[in-house]
Ligand binder design. Structure first.
Ligand code: HEC
Length: 116
C-alpha cells in the first residue's frame, strides 16, 4: 500500500505535467500492484470481503477510465478520473475499517530527484 500511495502521487504529477508516457507507466504499475495485492494477499486481517472483490468494486472502473484519459492525453478527463480513483481508494479504506486512512491529491511534490 505504501508503494500504491507513491504511484498514486507520482501519477498526479505526471498528469499535471502532461507527461503522458510517464503517466501511462505509473498507472500500469498502480494497476499491477493492485492485481498483485489481490492475487498474493486475497485476505487481510479482519477484512471480511476478498481483496480482489473489493478492488473490482472500488477501483477497477476508475483505473480503466484514467487509462483511457491518459491514452487520449486529456488533462481534464485525467483530473476528473484521478479524483474518482482517489474516492475509490478511500471507499475501500472505509469498507475495510481503515477509514481513518484518507488519501487525497498530493499537495506538493516530494520527488525532488525526478523530472516530471
Ligand atoms: C482493496 C481495498 C483497498 C484499495 C482499493 C486501496 N486500499 Fe489502501 N489500504 C487498504 C488497507 C486494508 C490498508 C491497511 C493495510 C494494512 O493493514 O497495513 C490500506 C492502507 C493504505 C495506506 C497506508 C499505508 C501506511 O502504512 O501508511 C495508504 C497510504 C493507502 N492505503 C493508499 C491507497 C491508495 C492511494 C489507493 C488507491 C490508488 C488505495 N490505498 C486503494 C485497502 C485498500
Amino acid at each position: 500500500m505504501a508503494q500504491t500511495a507513491t504511484r498514486h502521487a507520482k501519477l498526479w504529477f505526471a498528469g499535471q505535467a502532461e507527461n503522458w508516457a510517464l503517466a501511462a507507466y505509473e498507472i500500469d504499475e498502480l494497476h499491477e500492484g493492485m492485481e498483485d495485492a489481490g492475487k498474493y494477499h486475497p485476505t487481510h486481517k479482519q477484512i471480511k470481503q476478498a481483496i480482489p472483490e473489493l478492488i473490482a468494486q472500488y477501483v477497477d472502473q476508475p483505473l480503466t477510465a484514467l487509462e483511457q484519459a491518459i491514452n487520449a492525453k486529456n488533462k481534464a478527463e485525467f483530473i476528473a478520473n484521478y479524483d474518482k480513483l482517489t474516492a475509490g481508494c478511500n471507499a475501500c479504506h472505509q469498507a475495510t475499517e481503515f477509514g481513518f486512512n484518507v488519501v487525497q491529491r498530493p499537495s506538493f511534490n516530494p520527488f525532488a530527484n525526478q523530472a516530471f
